[in-house]
Design a protein around this ligand. Structure first.
Ligand code: NAI
Length: 394
């Protein structure tokens, strides 16, 4: 079939296998152009198929020569429907890793469940022995609690009072004011249950109990802080509560890993276009302005540059891991630079529908969004008949 993008709001319902493969190859080439990282030997990546998780997997495999076991929740092609982007990304990654002689194992299923945790442990035992890096990079709308069977839902809302702020409809380029109603206590609880640290803790306890963590194993999960303009919806909102919980959990896990000489970190990453971030109101407008300022200053990074830097310049330098006063790794340092934030704040005041194209990098945002689904990549023939049925080996 000829595969074209079908965008519905903040989701694209099609994905292009060759474009996704190209995207993965570009990330691999970036990592290969850098000096080798004296990094992990075997990594378990939970949320490995898109966004930051995929880039961490690529950086660990092609930057450090690590074997990787990836966990994700993706859908294969069926009938007239393409597979999801994460399916195609993982198929391309797996082919490339195996060609390079690197172990690449995959488990497609619900990472929140006990069954997938057990399957991961069995796979590590069978194929790797132990892992020395565990990356926790899930972004999900829902989580079924494995103990109670309760289904928790994550929402993106402010807390305490309504918040009115500027937002952009990415496809039309219309800048409007949106008012977001505050979350209920139940919604706050649900968001913390899905995006907080509980499941990360369950993973680490299960791995530790099973004896599949190597001496000195490191685990890292991802967080975000961001600027004043997104604070009511992000850091002071429901998702921020979940991130507070995640950051607290890092300290508990760190304590639990002491007996094996291990450490747990949270890395605060840069705001980037991913399937998860495009669903948050207000954030896409901020990202469009941020990209303009960071590109003008030559500071822009994508997920692969960020994850390469996390491994090469933070986690595996051979000396102590640099952290902020709250114990977090910061690779949002360039985003949060004073000059960058001052310029973004000034643009934020002025931006409207008429000057959006001039003041922001909305085009870059749109291009990155389409790229997530394998569209708009150079060297891919989008008019060609393409087979959407791509096998994905375990
Ligand atoms: P993403 O949507 O690109 O990736 C999410 C991953 O989780 C995918 O591999 C998906 O298959 C997997 N997944 C979702 N539900 C699952 C389930 N039930 N079982 C197994 N796998 C499942 O998201 P992104 O943006 O890379 O987010 C990863 C982390 O990074 C999140 O914690 C997010 O808050 C954080 N982060 C994101 C930033 C951004 O701007 N995108 C900035 C800073 C942190």
């Amino acid at each position: 079939m000829v595969i074209q993008p079908k965008v519905r709001g903040f989701i694209c319902t099609t994905a292009h296998p060759d474009g996704c493969a190209r995207n993965v190859e570009e990330q691999i080439r970036y990592v290969q152009s850098k000096p080798r990282i004296d990094g992990p030997k075997n990594a378990l990546v939970i949320g490995a198929s898109t966004g930051f998780g995929l880039s961490t997997r690529i950086a660990a495999a092609f930057g450090a020569g690590a074997g990787t076991l990836g966990i994700f929740f993706e859908r294969p092609a069926e009938g007239g429907r393409t597979a999801t982007a994460g399916w195609y990304n993982t198929a391309a990654f797996t082919r490339a890793a195996r060609r390079a002689g690197l172990y690449a194992g995959n488990i497609n299923g619900d990472a929140f469940s006990d069954a997938i945790k057990e399957q991961a442990i069995e796979t590590i035992r069978r194929d790797l022995g132990k892992v020395d890096l565990v990356v926790y990079s899930l972004a999900a709308p829902r989580r079924t609690d494995p103990r109670t069977g309760e289904v928790h839902a994550s929402v993106l809302k402010p807390i305490g009072r309504p918040y009115t702020g500027k937002t952009v409809d990415v496809s039309s380029g219309r800048v409007t004011e949106v008012t977001l109603e505050p979350a209920t206590d139940e919604e706050i609880r649900g968001t913390v249950a899905v995006m907080g640290g509980e499941d990360w803790r369950m993973w680490m306890e299960a791995l530790l109990r099973a004896g599949v963590l190597a001496e000195g194993a490191v685990t890292v999960a991802y967080s975000y802080v961001g600027p004043e303009v997104t604070r009511p919806i992000y850091r002071d909102g429901t998702i921020g509560r979940a991130k507070d919980d995640l950051e607290r959990t890092a300290r508990d896990i760190d304590g639990a890993l002491r007996p094996i000489g291990g450490c747990a970190y949270v890395s605060v990453n840069k705001a980037l276009v991913t399937q998860a971030s495009s669903a948050i109101p207000i954030v896409p407008l901020y990202i469009s302005l941020l990209f303009r300022v960071m590109k003008d200053k030559g500071l822009h990074e994508g997920t692969i540059e960020q994850m390469h830097r996390l491994l090469a310049e933070r986690l595996y330098t051979g000396s102590a891991v640099p952290v902020d006063e709250l114990g977090r790794i910061r690779i949002d340092d360039l985003e949060m630079r004073d000059d960058v934030q001052r310029e973004v704040a000034a643009l934020w005041e002025r931006v409207n529908t008429d000057n959006l194209a001039l003041l922001s990098d909305i085009e870059g945002y749109r291009a990155d969004f389409l790229k997530l689904f394998g569209f708009g990549l150079e060297g891919v023939d989008y008019e060609a008949d393409t087979d959407p049925f791509v096998p994905l080996e375990g």
